[in-house]
Design a protein around this ligand. Structure first.
Ligand code: NAD
Length: 325
């Protein structure tokens, strides 16, 4: 259970790309707490320096401001590294529909650069962020690896291509790669601002400010919302996984399913608010329901998440109340 007891060899060194973002900064924090060395790489495009400011003076932390679109930068960043946790990418399905070329450059070429640099630098494990969006229009629930449908956005395509490169790099070059298909992650430090912000932090911030949030569609869409602690566990367990488990992608979720309208009501109650939402049009590229079968990650990575949605949302609300109010 959890990740706090996982042991890596003394002096192990991790590289977290996208380290100034939501998931990356939480990975940095967790690894430092476990007592290992971390190098962060980020170009501060969607991430913020303030997310990692508190670690800048930590003796085990080093930050490189740079871009994964440069192979040279990726080579320098992965020098002397044992484990790469590649989180740098641009998220958001709707934004990728607006700017597909940029997504290709960052999410595909950038990840390929990192994989290639990891191979040349003899990195032990290359763990990378994929996404539940690779299931596309597959209607059956729960989603299970090997049952993907037609892709619905450039973002989903970039993650699918990353997974194909991951498979190839294990097969051709023996680099142990593990793709983690995150399902709607939430928790501390997730950005609540902007048109492309994720729904939970955005709603919390708007409600704290007494502004009515917009629900796209009827609110009856459901997602397997996954608390950040579970994602940290998955990354660290993948670093400890066997060679046999490499070259594959894994669902990383809690394995539950929450309806958006119920989350809205939950937030209203938790924050003591009485605000009617605005119902907007359904978003292009979005799917109606999502819920993960996590048995493959459980079996091959030992992933055994213990942060339910209810437990996670309480912790997230408390964090945003302290940090936004
Ligand atoms: P985020 O935007 O908070 O973090 C991404 C970080 O990558 C940012 O700090 C950004 O500045 C950095 N970055 C972007 N382009 C870069 C580049 N070219 N070079 C260097 N750094 C760059 O997003 P997040 O939610 O933390 O997502 C992390 C990863 O997880 C991404 O790969 C995302 O696609 C994936 N993912 C996230 C979710 C989720 O629910 N948050 C779900 C599925 C997949």
């Amino acid at each position: 259970m959890g990740y706090k007891d996982i042991k890596f060899p003394d002096g192990s060194k991790f590289l977290v790309t996208g380290s100034a973002g939501f998931i990356g900064s939480n990975l940095v924090e967790a690894i430092l707490e476990l007592g290992y060395k971390v190098r962060g790489l980020d170009n501060l495009s969607t991430g913020k320096k303030e997310n990692v400011e508190e670690f800048l003076n930590h003796p085990n932390y080093e930050f490189i401001e740079g871009d994964i679109r440069s192979l040279d930068t990726c080579m320098k960043a992965s020098e002397g590294i044992d484990f790469v946790l590649n989180q740098a990418a641009w998220g958001s399905v709707p934004r990728s529909i607006e700017m597909p070329l940029l997504y290709e450059e960052i999410n595909i070429k950038g990840t390929l650069n990192m994989m290639e640099a990891a191979r040349q630098n003899d990195v032990k494990k290359f763990v990378y962020a994929s996404s539940s969006s690779v299931y596309g229009d597959e209607p059956n629930l729960p989603k299970k690896e090997g049952t993907e449908g037609n892709l619905l956005s450039p973002y989903a395509l970039t993650k699918k291509v990353d997974e194909e490169y991951g498979k190839l790099y294990t097969k051709l070059y023996g680099l142990d790669t593990y793709g983690l298909r995150y399902f709607n992650v939430f928790g501390r430090r997730q950005n609540p601002n902007g048109a492309y912000a994720a729904v939970i932090p955005k709603f919390i911030k708007q409600l704290l400010n007494d502004e009515p949030p917009t629900i796209n569609g009827d609110g009856k869409q459901s997602r397997d919302f996954t608390y950040i602690e579970n994602v940290i566990e998955a990354n660290l367990k993948a670093c400890n996984a066997s060679h046999e488990a490499a070259g594959q992608a894994y669902n990383i979720a809690f394995g539950g399913r929450e309806f958006l309208i119920d989350i809205y009501t939950h937030l209203l109650n938790a924050l003591g608010k009485d605000i009617q939402p605005i119902f907007g049009p359904k978003r292009k590229g979005d799917i109606k329901h999502s819920n993960a079968d996590i048995s493959k990650a459980n079996k091959l990575l030992g992933y055994d998440p213990n942060w339910s949605f209810e437990r996670g949302i309480e912790a997230a609300i408390e964090w945003y109340k302290r940090n936004l109010e």
